[in-house]
Design a protein around this ligand. Structure first.
Ligand code: ZN
Ligand code: ZN
Length: 288
């Protein structure tokens, strides 16, 4: 059983629920650990059409709320042992992470945003390839030719290799999120000679920096019903002995801990039996 969901969002970005509503959902799911990992504020020149407000404005109040809840759920008075002990099922201990947008054109901004709060962990998320927000259907219309799509996949994994090699993050998020608007083309690209090597280079960089690979149930909520990452990448990750981290990437209460039984069975099928969480950026392995 997966007892930690460490990838979650709130109304501070484009989620639909508040910090306390998301926490209540985590309690209802019998989790022992619950991590908030709101998107990082974007640097000047970038904007996400999905975000309701400006994260630079909403983040401080959000972070204060999460830190208060973290303190409350970690204290012995709350029935927990403190230190690195988790909460009891149904009474999760809260962690504060952040999903950092990997934008290597602005390294100082990334360093600054990571250092701004006492995060338990940082998840590196790749949502932009150059100017293209990869999760936006508008950018994957019929006018985008196959050669251009394949070039984007190549560029996506080259960027992800940099992200993994940076050692700046604890987890690389949804390692094939780019399939979200173009599943069939992505599968075709995966079958090309060279694609596997390109992905293997990313996973080897994760291993070299001891960065965990996220296994996310968000893809199970899409029409293609396949976790991030899909089977080919899971096989490579298992062969390399990578560490994994589970998350739902929930943006609403219903998706908190969603499909975790299916997700656990999926990871177990590749031989995984433990997942990682980070407390104060200290790494901890949990059985599932
Ligand atoms: Zn989001
Ligand atoms: Zn996310």
């Amino acid at each position: 059983m997966i007892c930690a969901d460490v990838h979650n969002h709130t109304i501070a970005s484009h989620g639909l629920a508040t910090v306390s509503e998301m926490f209540a959902a985590a309690q209802a799911h019998n989790l022992a650990w619950y991590g908030f990992s709101e998107h990082s504020p974007l640097p000047p020149g970038y904007s996400c059409p999905l975000y309701k407000g400006d994260l630079a404005v909403t983040f401080p109040a959000y972070a204060a709320e999460v830190m208060a809840l973290r303190e409350q759920t970690a204290s012995p008075a709350g029935g927990h042992a403190g230190g690195l002990a988790g909460g009891k099922a149904g009474s999760p201990r809260v962690l504060m992470g952040m999903e950092l947008d990997w934008l290597p054109v602005n390294m100082p901004w990334m360093r600054d945003v990571i250092g701004h709060y006492p995060f338990d962990y940082i998840i590196g998320g790749l949502h932009f390839v150059g100017e293209v927000p990869v999760g936006s259907p508008r950018f994957w219309g019929a006018e985008v030719e196959r050669a251009e799509r394949f070039a984007r996949y190549n560029a996506y994994y080259d960027l992800m290799r940099e992200l993994a090699a940076s050692g700046m993050v604890d987890v690389v998020a949804h390692p094939d999120f780019i399939k979200v608007c173009c599943y069939d083309d992505f599968q075709a690209w995966l079958g090309l000679p060279g694609s596997t090597d390109r992905i293997a280079a990313v996973l080897e960089a994760m291993r070299a920096t001891d960065t965990a690979m996220e296994v996310s149930s968000a893809g199970l909520r899409k029409p293609f019903h396949e976790p991030y990452p899909g089977p080919a990448i899971m096989r490579l990750a298992a062969d390399l002995g990578l560490t994994i981290s589970f998350g739902s990437d929930a943006h609403n209460t219903d998706d908190t801990g969603s499909h975790f039984a299916e997700l656990a069975a999926y990871a177990a099928a590749y031989g995984f039996s433990r997942s990682r969480i980070c407390v104060g950026r200290e790494r901890l392995e949990l059985n599932f």
